[in-house]
Design a binder for this molecule. Structure first.
Ligand SMILES: [Zn+2]
Length: 309
């Protein structure tokens, strides 16, 4: 009996150390020399990999619902008709240009042109301001390939969405931060295994679990808004949809894959609710820059227009 208890204790310890290589505690970024220039305007970008609009709408998602009610949203955002993989999708979202410019057409990133078309993060610290940036992700290449091209203060990846959420919540509770980017992967994982479709219960469950992880995280953000008078733009979107057979790559022009959702919410969103037009995924980066009061330079050749908030 004792031996059995010992065996399971050992398993628990191994599991703990095997799955938690990184501390969940927040290791706050250093303050900048010119931090007297406080930014009230801040950004949280939440990426939910492979999340179909119709499935999200059918799932029970109180935290996303709250963002949609207080913000504005589209359920038919063009994420790009070609190159229906994650790499091109996240690259278009973060750079504000299509793959013919950022160059990413697959998940190898060898053709990337982030030098000329960098993620929006690379644009923010060119002013005299210093933005404190955190990128906390499940999809490791999101950091290793895309985010690494810019200077960020906190760059973490975890093998489980729950750790992403817990870590992000700790950073929001404890640290000075201006921009936080999060990536959740469980919805995509279940979509590949069971099918991307609103009729697939496992897929809806994965969306609901992800939404539940957003609860404590959003509570921490809402607290900051009230207690610190901060003005957060929260953007939630995805890199692609998917098919009921569990596929999404090589599905150009298929709306189940290429038309996705975006949610935009700040403290004082005007014209809340379903948007009268569908801003493409390349509108996200300029919308974020606009919220941060960073003027988009025409020489950047961005393909998207900022969404008016
Ligand atoms: Zn993906």
């Amino acid at each position: 009996m004792n031996r059995i208890i010992y065996f399971f204790s050992l398993l628990a310890v191994l599991h703990f150390f095997g799955s938690c290589q990184k501390s969940i505690q927040a290791d706050c970024p250093q303050l900048c020399d010119n931090d007297s220039l406080q930014h009230q305007r801040k950004v949280l970008l939440i990426g939910i990999d492979g999340c179909r609009s119709d499935a999200m709408m059918r799932a029970h998602t109180p935290n996303l619902d709250r963002l949609m009610q207080a913000g504005k949203y589209s359920l038919s955002v063009n994420r790009g008709d070609l190159y229906t993989l994650s790499g091109p999708g996240w690259s278009s979202m973060l750079t504000g240009v299509w793959p013919d410019k950022h160059g990413v057409t697959d998940n190898q990133y060898e053709t990337s042109n982030y030098t000329n078309y960098p993620p929006f993060l690379c644009r923010v610290n060119t002013k005299s301001y210093c933005y404190k940036i955190a990128s906390i992700v499940h999809y490791k290449d999101f950091n290793d390939q895309i985010i690494q091209s810019c200077q960020s203060d906190v760059v973490l990846d975890y093998k489980e969405d729950a750790f992403v959420a817990e870590s992000a919540t700790n950073y929001l509770k404890n640290c000075e931060l201006d921009i936080m980017i999060l990536h959740f992967d469980q919805v995509d994982y279940v979509g590949h295994r069971c099918g991307f479709h609103p009729d697939i219960p496992n897929y809806l469950n994965a969306i609901e679990s992800t939404d539940a992880l957003l609860g404590p995280l959003m509570d921490a953000l809402y607290d900051r808004e009230i207690n610190n008078n901060e003005d957060w733009l929260v953007v939630v979107s995805t890199d692609h949809g998917g098919k009921i057979d569990g596929s999404h790559s090589n599905q150009p022009y298929d709306p189940e894959v290429t038309r996705v959702f975006s949610i935009f919410r700040n403290k004082n969103t005007l014209d809340t609710g379903l948007m009268p037009y569908d801003p493409p995924i390349v509108a996200i980066a300029p919308t974020i820059l606009e919220h941060l009061d960073i003027a988009v330079d025409s020489s950047w050749n961005l393909d998207g227009q900022a969404v008016e908030m």
